[in-house]
Design a protein around this ligand. Structure first.
Ligand code: HEM
Length: 575
């Protein structure tokens, strides 16, 4: 077993304990038996050739066994114990012959880790061991070492430790391998630091990317790192946090201003962050200017709205008091209002023409969304035309006595349809009246004076007309009745007159013959004759009167017939 030597004191000039484990380098080649010793059983007991002599010994090679009398200084290899770089020396058989103190300490430090892979590994026990016992596939290492003339740099990880080494061969004069010097370097801290740095870079990188993508609540987890980095990363987190806080304060202020509170307070930032205050105040100033102008604009807009509502449609906003941009906007609004009014005027001018009966009045075609005005005006124009056309046709029918031509009012709507229906009702009523008049007239012509009239079926003047007919019938019937009575009276009178004439004639004959017979009373007779002559004259007048009455009755009847014929003819004309 190798034992841990105590480190020599460089100031100590006393004769040194010689430990010349590599005396075999200068000595004769090691015996084949030693070279052939199985690695597993190789122990650090060797026949050691000392630089100061050739005495063979069998004891641990790293353990000082004696103090050389002839040598007052340390052996070269002892110097290596003072170095901080771990070193090993293996012989040509790859048996480890020397391990400096730094190497012992390095392997001791990682001994626990190495045992995970090599359970029996003991750092202080490697001297005398063949390196094959440490390698999974020794032939690989042997192949690398074989015929080596230049240093080989290698590295490996074992038990969580990361080791690097440089193996430098020292060859014999005949070119055969004399020994190999191995300089070790524990890279564990370096590798861990590199790994940790890489994970730190990745953590910062991940956070930066997340923030770029908007995930501004992402932070680095410092607990995954060693304290020194943990503090740094916590500070990075704090810095990010602080930036976000600052941003939130700025945004809160801007938001409040955007919501109308232009006096929203803003914390005064320090040093290089003052630019944020400057920017905020710039925004605040601009917003206040805008606010003033907007308030003025709103007031002017209200005024214009009120004026237009009140009918003053020539009221526009005066742009002279506004800044250029606002003036441009207001000019646009004014122009828009003006344009709307102009459009309205054009449409109304066309309407006025319609009102005058000019349905051919032109109206310009308005573009896009304003086309609805043309559609409405065209509809008005078409409806008026259609109404006027239908009313005209109906009026003409009435004027021409065409009373059986019914017009379809469903082509019209609302008041227009009512108008058509009303005219059609006039036509219908007029037709009914004329039909009735015709019927009554024909009855009169046919001498049927006993027909029934129904004035109650008619209204107003129509009713009066039928009632007039009714009265005419009554009057005619009365006239004919009176006529009959008069005719009968005339007939009786004529009869009486005839009888009177006959009687008179008889009396005249009697009296004439009596003249001859009665001569004695001539005067009386003369008086009687005169009296008879007067009676005859009276009778003659009565006959003449009766005859005139009869003639008059005949004329009256003829006149009435003519009148009736006229009425009938008129009725036919109306029909
Ligand atoms: C004079 C001493 C030694 C020499 C010359 C030597 C040589 C080598 C060489 C050349 C490699 C291959 C590295 C490469 O691919 O570049 C290697 C790997 C390795 N060595 Fe050594 N070695 C020595 C001592 C040790 C000791 C004391 C240990 C004990 C922990 C050890 C453990 C390993 C391990 C674990 C590997 C990785 C490959 C494997 O397990 O086989 N070596 N060595």
């Amino acid at each position: 077993m190798a034992k841990k030597p105590s480190a020599p004191d460089p100031q100590d000039n006393r004769p040194r304990l010689m430990n010349d484990p590599l005396a075999w380098i200068d000595a004769a080649p090691v015996a084949a038996s030693a070279a052939a010793e199985p690695a597993a059983t190789a122990r650090p007991t060797r026949t050691v050739a000392r630089a100061t002599g050739t005495k063979n010994r069998t004891e641990p090679m790293t353990k000082p066994t004696e103090i050389p009398a002839a040598w007052d200084g340390m052996h070269t290899f002892q110097v290596l114990d003072f170095l901080s770089n771990p070193m090993m020396v293996a012989d040509h058989d790859m048996v480890i012959r020397y391990v400096n103190e730094a190497a012992f300490r390095m392997f001791e430090r990682i001994e626990g880790g190495i045992r995970q892979d090599l359970p029996h590994f003991t750092a202080r026990d490697v001297v005398g061991k063949n390196i094959d016992v440490f390698h999974k596939n020794p032939s690989y290492q042997r192949h690398l070492m074989h015929g080596m003339t230049t240093p080989h740099d290698g590295q490996f990880s074992v038990g969580g430790a990361h080791l690097a080494f440089r193996a430098t061969p020292k060859n014999n004069a005949d070119g055969s391998l004399g020994c190999i010097f191995v300089e070790w370097r524990d890279r564990t801290a370096e590798v861990e630091a590199t790994d940790e740095l890489a994970s730190m870079v990745k953590a910062v990188d991940d956070m930066a990317r997340a923030h770029v993508e908007g995930e501004i609540d992402v932070r680095i987890d410092p607990t995954k790192f060693r304290p020194v980095l943990r503090d740094t990363l916590s500070m990075v987190n704090s810095m990010v946090e602080e930036h976000i806080k600052t941003k939130k304060k700025v945004v809160a202020c801007v938001t409040a201003m955007a919501q109308g509170n232009l006096d929203a307070p803003m914390e005064q930032f320090n040093r290089k962050r003052v630019f944020l205050n400057d920017a905020i105040e710039l925004i605040r100033g601009s917003l206040k200017t805008f606010d003033d102008e907007i308030k003025r604009l709103l007031g002017d807009m209200k005024q214009m709205t009120a004026a237009h509502t009140a009918g003053d449609i020539d009221h526009f906003i005066d742009t002279t008091a506004y800044s250029a941009n606002y003036a441009e906007v207001i000019s646009g609004v004014n122009a828009m209002v003006e344009e709307h009014i102009a459009t309205k005027r054009k449409a109304l001018a066309c309407m006025m023409e319609f009102a005058k009966g000019n349905f051919d009045a032109p109206l310009e075609r308005f573009p896009r969304k304003k086309a609805f005005i043309n559609e409405a005006m065209d509809a008005i124009r078409d409806n008026f035309r259609s109404l006027v056309r239908d009313v005209g046709m109906m009026a003409q029918d009435l004027a021409e006595g065409v009373l059986d031509h019914q017009v379809d009012s469903t082509a019209h709507q609302g008041e227009f349809r009512k108008l058509i229906d009303t005219i059609d009702r006039i036509r219908s009523n007029f037709g009914n009246v004329t039909s009735e008049i015709e019927r009554l007239s024909r009855s009169i012509v046919a001498g049927k004076l006993d027909v029934d009239t129904a004035p109650e079926s008619f209204k107003g003047a129509y009713r009066q007309l039928i009632e007039a007919f009714d009265q005419a019938f009554a009057s005619l019937n009365g006239a004919f009745r009176l006529l009959g009575q008069q005719a009968q009276q005339v007939s009786i009178t004529v009869e009486q007159m005839s009888q009177s004439s006959q009687s008179l004639a008889t009396n005249s004959q009697i009296q004439s013959s009596s003249v001859d017979e009665i001569s004695s009373s001539a005067e009386q007779t003369d008086i009687q004759v005169k009296s008879n002559a007067a009676a005859a004259t009276t009778a003659s007048q009565l006959v003449t009167g009766a005859s005139e009455v009869a003639e008059g009755g005949k004329i009256k009847i003829n006149e009435m017939v003519t009148a009736m014929e006229g009425i009938r003819a008129s009725s036919q004309d109306i029909a």
